[in-house]
Every structure is written in structure tokens, then in C-alpha cells.
Ligand binder design. Sequence first.
Ligand SMILES: [Zn+2]
Length: 179
Amino acid sequence: MKYCSHCGSSVSLQIPPGDNLPRRVCEDCGTVHYQNPNVVVGCVPQWQDQILLCKRAIEPRSGFWTVPAGFLENRETLQEAAIRETAEEALANVDLGSLLAIVNVPHASQIHMMFRARLLEPDFGPGDETLESALYTEDQVPWSLIAFPSVRFTLERFFADRASGGEELHITTVGPIKY
Ligand SMILES: [Zn+2]
């Protein structure tokens, strides 16, 4: 950010009075433009013994597989976002279940929140940000082509819980992808 979204004047990095981190502060109207982490919301849609994955059509990690997920919008609940992202990316309708995973992604200033879900019917397809969507059994999952560490963590915990009959909430922190 170079210019104030309130008045259009230049902004500069300053530590506001009473604060302890540098913020972008308008040199004219004094507005402090805080920037905080973004929330990414997704789900693991299940159909019988299969789960629905999406092959990404956009960077980062185009061509790699993920669960339907995306940024929480303003004035939206987590559950609404998970259902909306699944409709947008996989053209699929889900009933959400319990919260499966919270993944801190501090290097990207993001929090990823993943739910369990059930496909309402075996209808799906590629949305605008997806090359292909497909159902996979656990032993068919393309583990070497999973897009992000948070998705890998989510899927591993999903299958482990399904095998044990549990529904735990799993919390972890991941670092950057090592290529
Ligand atoms: Zn301003």
C-alpha cells in the first residue's frame, strides 16, 4: 500500500502511539491501515469411501491437488465460506460436519480452517479455479501432488480419524513448502 484508501495521500511505516509494531499510517489524515492475517476455509467432502479433491488451475501450486478452500469473505461465517468455496471450486453441494483442522501458516500470515463434509449427491466438476475435480479413495490420493502442507495435514488427520472412528480437532503450524 502506497496511498491512503481514505483520503488518497501517501502512507508511511510508523509505530503509532501506544502500539509496538510498524503500521502504514496516512501522512495527511492519520488513518492507521492495519493489516492482519487472512482466514482460509475449506472442507474434505466425503462420498461413500471417497473424498473429493480439486486440481488447481491457478497459482500458487497450479496443477497440484487440494481440498475445496478459499478466503473467508467479509460478513461471512466459516461454514458459509466452506460451502461456498466447495460450490465455486468443485461445483458440488455439501453438508458440513465437525471442524477437523486449524492450521497456522505464519509465514503467509494465514489461518487455515478445515471442516469435515458430506457430498449431498455425487455431482461435481471443475469451477473457474479448478482444472479437474475427482473422487479418490484413501489409497488413490496423489500424496506427492498435494498443493500445500496444510492440505496434507488435513487429509492425513481425516483418514486417521475415519479409521479410528474419532472426530478430533487437530491444530498445527506449518512452514513454507520445501521444493
Ligand atoms: Zn488519509
